[in-house]
Ligand binder design. Structure first.
Ligand code: HPA
Ligand code: ZN
Length: 345
């Protein structure tokens, strides 16, 4: 590795792809199961960790939806979100944009307001305690119907001031972005920004649909854009950020080995790639672990890693003022931590 772990840990970071339900650590899962009298099919945290062996996205989703069943009260959503924020505060994350899956909860009889009140109270506390800024993105579960997504959108409208964007997640193949064309049109008309998971397992055509039909501001994952030269050129020309998730890609067998991960090629081509943890409790690491994994396996330089943070700052859904503050924090760090290159005379 060209850079030290200390450099990676202290590098200011921005996370743009994090499912809050995917940050549920086994210990908290047990505590909430007990508090809420929910049965989970595991006896120990070790047993849970052993079950986290996935051969594709669906394998993971089956366990992820099961894990959510312990979340019932506003306090549970608060504890879940606060634990994630406390963790990333120790990893020098300045700003995070968090996905949540309301349909994963309302389908179990939990009210939308219970979910959003718990999450946003933790976000407010984290801003005060850790100085971490945040945005919230609600996702539609794409394996469910268009009608279901419309219902979820209608429930979100009264909370518009707390939700910056809508997204699209869950089982990708067989559920193309086109299925949610009308839902996203309504969301945009209501003032939401849009993002979508595309090209994680699904083909490049799904990325085209996300851009052309859903009019997304960022692509979540987007790995399979690498298969299509024209699409890649468009992503570069339009400066569409990709929220890349290296450890997730490894755990879900999107790549066979991190040494073959496309991230370095993306950076070399000028793609606005960013690094994210996706579902850190399930995939073996938060932001720092993801940065270290790619730095080690792809021999990334300090400049490459700084570029990843710069890309994330630029692609974030915050004011120009907040972007400027974060760029300043990044530059201050780099000035103090990158050895000046001596130029030969
Ligand atoms: N892909 C799709 N849906 C998801 C994911 C993911 O990586 N994580 C949580 N829901
Ligand atoms: Zn994701």
């Amino acid at each position: 590795m060209l850079v030290s772990k200390e450099f990676v840990k202290n590098l200011p970071k921005v996370e743009l792809h994090l499912h809050i339900e995917g940050s549920l650590e086994p210990e908290l899962m047990f505590a909430l199961a007990k508090r809420n009298n929910v049965n989970i099919p595991f006896a120990t945290a070790d047993e849970i960790k052993k079950a986290y062996n996935f051969s594709n996205l669906q394998d993971f989703l089956d366990i992820y939806y099961q894990g959510m069943s312990v979340l019932k009260k506003e306090e549970d959503f608060y504890d879940l979100t606060y634990a994630y924020l406390k963790k990333i505060a120790s990893q020098n994350v300045m700003h995070t944009e968090i996905f949540f899956d309301p349909q994963g909860h309302t389908s179990r009889g939990i009210e939308f307001k219970t979910v959003i009140n718990g999450i946003t109270r933790a976000l407010d506390d984290a801003k005060d305690e850790f100085g971490i800024s945040s945005r919230l993105i609600m996702c539609f579960l794409r394996h469910l119907s268009e009608e279901d997504a419309f219902n979820s959108l209608n429930e979100a409208i009264p909370y518009k001031d707390r939700i910056i964007a809508v997204g699209l997640d869950s089982s990708e193949v067989g559920h193309p972005p086109a299925k949610f064309d009308r839902v996203f049109a309504k969301a945009r008309a209501e003032g939401f920004l849009t993002v979508a998971h595309a090209g994680e397992e699904g083909p490049p055509e799904y990325i085209y649909e996300a851009l052309d039909l859903l009019k997304v501001d960022r692509i979540d994952h987007g790995n399979r854009a690498m298969e299509n030269k024209d699409l890649l050129k468009r992503i570069i020309d339009e400066e569409k950020a990709l929220t890349v998730c290296p450890l997730s890609n490894l755990k879900l067998c999107v790549v066979d080995n991190l040494k073959n991960h496309p991230l370095k090629k993306m950076l070399g081509l000028g793609v606005k790639a960013t690094i994210n943890s996706d579902d850190p409790s399930y995939f073996g690491g938060y932001m720092t672990e993801n940065f270290i994994a790619v730095a080690q396996n792809l021999n990334l330089s300090m400049e490459d890693l700084a570029q990843l943070t710069e890309n994330a700052i630029e692609a974030s859904f915050v004011s120009a003022k907040r972007k400027y503050e974060m760029i300043r924090e990044l530059n201050n760090f780099l000035e103090n931590n990158i050895e000046p290159v001596s130029t030969a005379i």
